[in-house]
Design a protein around this ligand. Structure first.
Ligand SMILES: Nc1ncnc2c1ncn2[C@@H]1O[C@H](COP(=O)(O)OP(=O)(O)OP(=O)(O)O)[C@@H](O)[C@H]1O
Ligand code: SF4
Ligand SMILES: [Mg+2]
Length: 342
């Protein structure tokens, strides 16, 4: 039998290493004590072309800040962002221009993302003109096709409407069309369906999935909703107070969490626990990000904390099944299943 040499090309599109963003509040001319919010505090992950990474965690844990940093919409304080093999971390705005077309952001609130006075057809055509990809007439033609593609048909009825003449779901279709007209390779979608009527959510997610398949898009999908994460994502990163505390294939992480915080999130989501009503309670509220707990940031709330958890910070490390977990005493494999049945 002839020997077949297979070359496996692992196509990493985005590589993030040790990303940090600290916001400093107070201490300026208005006085007050200077306080530092460690919004993103050493985040690392890789993404392949076409892959979707769900970013989940409680409000204020640093999801939006991570998304904006990766797109260079915010300046990182530390760390590296490598996009398609190029280090873009410290690029000037001019150097970033060609990358801007390839990386897009879709925000939660479509109304705030659109100019209220600009006809939506023009809003969709505009990025083509700004990036010098088409003249006015050609841009209009492409925008008309894009309106049809996102389900705003007949396009000529929609082209001249302004955002207030559309429903929330239709506005989000415009925002998606505006991002997709540039055929990006990477998108950060920040809670893109959370402000949309529940009846519209599935079709908007389908629309995003369709573009993803067509363009081979990689996507960071930020969400509070674990059932949505499971529906759209390949991998999941669970954040807690500025850090990723668990990372891996979405089904594996949600069905069999090894970090107590992920387990608590999973038991709060009926779709993950097959509607069993048992919940793994965690104590109190998320800590004040200006005053982070020492050691493991989750220790004041963790039902499994031991003495050294309050002094020693756990690193993300690989478990025997390949996922990454930041816990000194990770849960046993199959813990959640046993616990739910117990
Ligand atoms: N521009 C800013 N200045 C000061 N603090 C900020 C700024 N932006 C974010 N923060 C703080 O950084 C932390 C992380 O915020 P971020 O918006 O990234 O969280 P999030 O996970 O997206 O939350 P949510 O689920 O509510 O959208 C929060 O404590 C927030 O108050
Ligand atoms: S390190 Fe300790 S406190 Fe932190 S999650 Fe693990 S067991 Fe809980
Ligand atoms: Mg956010």
């Amino acid at each position: 039998m002839p020997l077949v040499h297979e070359v496996i090309v692992v196509s990493v599109l985005l590589s993030v290493r040790g990303l940090k963003k600290y916001f400093v509040q107070g201490g300026g001319i208005l006085g007050g004590e200077k306080e530092v919010v460690k919004a993103v505090d050493g985040v690392s992950f890789d993404m392949k072309r076409g892959e979707t990474l769900a970013l989940v965690g409680e409000s204020g844990c640093g999801k939006t800040t991570t998304g904006r940093l990766v797109l260079r919409l915010l300046e990182p304080d530390d760390g590296e962002i490598i996009f398609d093999g190029v280090n873009i971390t410290h690029m000037s705005m001019k150097e970033l221009r060609p990358f801007r077309r390839r990386m897009q952001m879709i925000y939660q609130d479509p109304y705030a993302s659109l100019n209220p006075r600009k006809p939506i057809g023009e809003a969709i055509a505009e990025p083509l003109i700004v990036h010098g990809l088409a003249e006015k007439e050609e841009a209009k033609e492409q925008a008309m096709k894009m309106l049809e593609r996102v389900g705003l048909t007949p396009a000529e009825d929609f082209y001249d409407r302004i955002p207030s003449q559309l429903s929330g779901g239709q506005r989000q279709r415009v925002v998606i069309a505006r991002a997709m007209i540039l055929k990006p390779e990477f998108v950060v979608a920040d809670e893109p369906v959370s402000m949309i009527d529940v009846s519209m959510r599935a079709s908007i997610l389908e629309l995003l999935k369709g573009f993803q398949e067509e363009y081979g898009l990689a996507m960071i999908f930020i969400t509070h909703d674990l059932s949505v994460a499971r529906l759209v994502a390949d991998k999941i990163a669970v954040m807690y107070l500025g850090k990723i505390i668990e990372y891996g294939p979405v089904d594996k992480v949600l069905r069999d969490p090894r970090h107590p915080y992920t387990a608590a999130l999973a038991t709060a989501a009926p779709s993950i626990t097959m509607r069993r009503r048992k919940r793994l309670d965690i104590k109190g509220e998320i800590a004040d990000p200006r005053n982070l707990p020492l050691g493991c940031r989750f220790h004041p709330r963790c039902p499994y904390a031991k003495e050294d958890c309050a002094s020693k910070e756990p690193e993300l490390r690989e478990m025997d099944d390949g996922r990454l977990t930041a816990c000194h005493y990770p849960l046993e494999e199959g813990f959640l299943d046993h616990w739910l049945k117990g």
